[in-house]
Design a protein around this ligand. Structure first.
Ligand code: NAP
Length: 259
């Protein structure tokens, strides 16, 4: 299927690795020019070069922290008017809510709620004027079913989802959609890092621990970043203009509800 977005321009945040990179690559394969971001220059430049050489699109790499006003300004300045915005940032740390101070909460809310809202605020009116816009927020399966040790993520991401549920109904009349893409377990550095810690705690070798967890998923495996990217690219396509304010869970069927 031709997604109809060749020649469009996208910002993909936190895209040097993992799910963000999966989304950037999938959009680039559809001919979308990119501005990609993450904090570590070297990894980001390597990803930009990989995408350029595989797809031939223009890729501008902006190394900065997207959760800061300066970082957001640098990315927006480098991009100019955009058609597609993929919001993403690192997730908050796990822990026990009894240990979290207001400062911890403010950090999580800033990274996983307010940064996305601010980038939407600063780009959505241009999209509305140009009568095309696609925003995809990478959140988490925690929005559907809270993960006990990830209370900061549960709270911040659900806040973003609640805000988007409202605004996504205001923008769609002008062909600007805003949706959430909710990852379950995807085989990325973040998942591997979390599982290494858990395996250590349980006193089990990492490979064995990871294989057991993958087997517990109805799909018998973890998700792949390219699968995540393909779903993202479809939500950004010309065919998805009637889908807005939705939250697509990609978890291999792990969430047990009918709806
Ligand atoms: P990952 O493989 O660790 O990649 C994270 C990417 O984000 C890297 O490119 C990293 O590069 C960049 N990044 C982190 N903080 C940033 C910041 N402040 N500003 C700019 N770039 C930043 O992680 P992932 O698995 O793709 O996860 C992406 C998001 O999905 C996270 O919020 C995560 O919590 C969420 N999620 C993931 C899973 C999963 O199974 N993988 C499940 C549920 C939710 P630098 O470190 O160089 O900045």
């Amino acid at each position: 299927m031709d997604l109809g977005i060749k020649g469009k321009k996208a910002i993909v945040c936190a895209a040097s690795k993992g799910l963000g990179k999966g989304c950037a690559m999938a959009l680039a394969r559809e001919g979308v020019d990119l501005v990609i971001n993450s904090r570590t220059q070297e990894t980001l430049e390597a990803t930009a070069e990989e995408i350029r050489s595989e797809t031939g699109v223009s890729v501008t790499a902006v190394a900065c922290d997207i959760t800061t006003p300066e970082g957001r300004a640098a990315v927006l300045d480098a991009a100019g008017p955009i058609d597609i915005l993929i919001n993403n940032a690192g997730g908050p740390p796990p822990g026990n809510f009894r240990d979290w101070t207001v400062e911890d909460w403010q950090k999580a809310l800033n990274a996983n709620m307010l940064t996305a809202i601010e980038l939407i605020r600063l780009t959505v009116d241009g999209m509305i004027e140009r009568k095309f816009g696609r925003v995809v927020n990478i959140t988490s399966g925690a929005v559907k079913a809270p993960i006990p040790i990830l209370g900061l993520s549960n709270g911040a991401r659900t806040g973003l989802t609640g805000f988007v549920a409202g605004v996504a109904r205001e923008t769609v009349r002008d062909n600007v959609t805003i949706n959430g893409l909710l990852p379950g377990p995807f085989d990325t550095d973040r998942l591997r890092g979390n599982m290494k810690l858990q395996a250590e705690k349980a006193g089990v070798p990492y490979e064995q621990f990871a294989a057991q967890h993958a087997q517990k998923n109805p799909a018998g495996r973890f998700g792949r970043a390219d699968e995540f990217g393909a779903a993202c690219a479809f939500l950004c396509s010309v065919h998805a203009g009637f889908i807005t304010g939705q939250n697509l869970l990609m978890d291999g069927g792990a969430f047990p509800g009918t709806l």
